[in-house]
Design a protein around this ligand. Sequence first.
Ligand SMILES: Nc1nc(=O)c2c([nH]1)NC[C@@H]1CN(c3ccc(C(=O)N[C@@H](CCC(=O)O)C(=O)O)cc3)C=[N+]21
Length: 282
Amino acid sequence: MTLIDGKAIAQEVRNEIRDEVAEWVAAGNEAPGLATVLVGDDPASAVYVGGKQKACAEVGMRGFDHRLAADTSEAEVRALLHQLNADPAVSGILLQLPPPPHIDGPKLTEEIAPGKDVDGLTPISTGLLHKNLPGLRPCTPLGCMELLKRHDVDLSGAEAVVVGRSDLVGKPISALLLQANATVTTAHSRTKDLAEVCRRADVLVAAVGVAHLIKGDWVKEGAVVIDVGMNRLDGKLTGDVEFEAAAERARLITPVPGGVGPMTIAMLLRNTLQAAKAAAAV
Ligand SMILES: Nc1nc(=O)c2c([nH]1)NC[C@@H]1CN(c3ccc(C(=O)N[C@@H](CCC(=O)O)C(=O)O)cc3)C=[N+]21
């Protein structure tokens, strides 16, 4: 069994992006800029946004860190998003999810200009993804694909099983795996005999958000296991997969933490650079 070191691969990607940004700026372009919008004072969200801003600075991008009070109205957030849409220094916009309960996060996300949608979550980006047209793809699914790519996992004709059908991860990663010519099954809470479905996977992606739902003996001998889960259990971060038992059967497996998580931020930076280049091309 080989551990997939997401932290190390994310650092590799970040170094590559830093070089590309330097090249882009040396050619006379403005540095790409990432605007983050955080509504409310959830401490975990503040840590995530801080991490994204720090990562931005490290690769030579500009950061615009917008923090709004918890009682900010939906109209005020919408107005800020429109202002960022119109600002040429802003290449990418990220509305940190979830916002406070009086704000509809997915609906407000729709206000982000498709060219600046570095989370890849607007309906336009979703349509472009499903038609395999150029556009911005969601960061966590991109991060999973990058881990598979850097480990030379052959997806063509492979049986891929994705557990979870969220707009954020399950659906988009199923689409990306299908485009890579895998035979894709998207399983979920209503799937009959989930254990048997998982057992046929050459590539098993767990994205349900339930700690240790995927048991070790659901993993086929020699399978590749990608654990997208981020669950708090007894104060510790843990995945959707029963890691120790799964690792005995898997050929490759991601740990939590240190697997998919760090890749999400690396792909956000890549999307921001892609958005900056696309904006300059028009
Ligand atoms: N608009 C929006 N876009 C997002 O991409 C988004 C979001 N909202 N809201 C919250 C989730 C969560 N998320 C993570 C990113 C990186 C790690 C990460 O780097 N995790 C590390 C360490 C985590 C730790 O130790 O606490 C790891 O897994 O090794 C985790 C979670 C992005 N999200």
